[in-house]
Design a protein around this ligand. Structure first.
Ligand SMILES: C[S@@+](CC[C@H](N)C(=O)[O-])C[C@H]1O[C@@H](n2cnc3c(N)ncnc32)[C@H](O)[C@@H]1O
Length: 197
């Protein structure tokens, strides 16, 4: 996920961590040496994430319940900040706030990578992908989890989010070097870069 920006020994902040979905990728990049600090606002997610720590034996993983937009993690304390699928539900003001938080938490030379679902530009990808998000996933949620509601908004948020263009602008405004990358023919987008030395 972080495209080579995480290396062994780093202290990595995983914002909007959920239940550990990114830890496998981070752990692989850390090669067993380093630290993950996982932050999520939901007590339920944090409890589940804590339960999953044992699957990453040997790696230091701290799970913190808190708001990524306003947290007590110290200035300049992260070698890398990553986040997957946590941007789309934020308002523009919240995304701008997050950009400044990422810049604040990173040490000079530190890297970041933020990934989100996006809407492909070409109709040949956009139509089936949006149908998948809007209809197939809620159906699967109903069939296997008995709860389509959690998944219903999956088709709505990416459309509202649009892409990582404005997020890239906020991160630049916060003083970071940024590049925006499109993945899987536009089905996902990321912004990555570093805090200048
Ligand atoms: C879609 S999940 C993403 C989980 C995981 N990163 C993944 O790749 O699947 C979004 C997560 O963001 C968390 N979240 C939402 N707002 C937040 C905030 N302001 N601060 C920290 N976490 C937040 C939610 O509790 C949820 O666990």
């Amino acid at each position: 996920m972080a495209g080579g920006q995480i290396s062994p020994g780093m202290r990595v902040y995983d914002l909007m961590t959920g239940m550990d979905e990114c830890w496998g990728f981070i752990a692989e990049a850390l090669e067993g040496r380093g630290e993950i600090v996982a932050l999520d606002i939901s007590p339920v997610m944090c409890r589940r994430a804590r339960e999953r720590r044992r699957a990453f034996d040997g790696l230091s993983i701290e799970v913190i319940e808190g708001d990524a937009l306003e947290n007590s993690l110290p200035d300049g304390s992260a070698d890398s900040v990553v986040s997957a699928f946590g941007l789309k539900t934020f308002s523009e003001a919240q995304r701008r706030r997050l950009a400044f938080e990422v810049a604040r938490m990173l040490r000079p030379g530190g890297t970041f990578s933020l990934l989100e679902v996006s809407v492909p530009r070409t109709p040949i990808m956009r139509i089936p992908y949006m149908a998948y998000l809007k209809y197939a996933i809620p159906l699967l949620g109903r069939a296997f989890l008995g709860n389509p509601d959690s998944y219903r908004l999956l088709g709505v948020y990416p459309q509202r989010f649009g892409g990582c263009g404005t997020m890239a602008g906020y991160l630049r405004e916060a003083g970071l070097e940024v590049s925006a990358v499109s993945h899987f023919f536009g089905c996902a987008a990321s912004v990555r870069g570093m805090k200048p030395l």
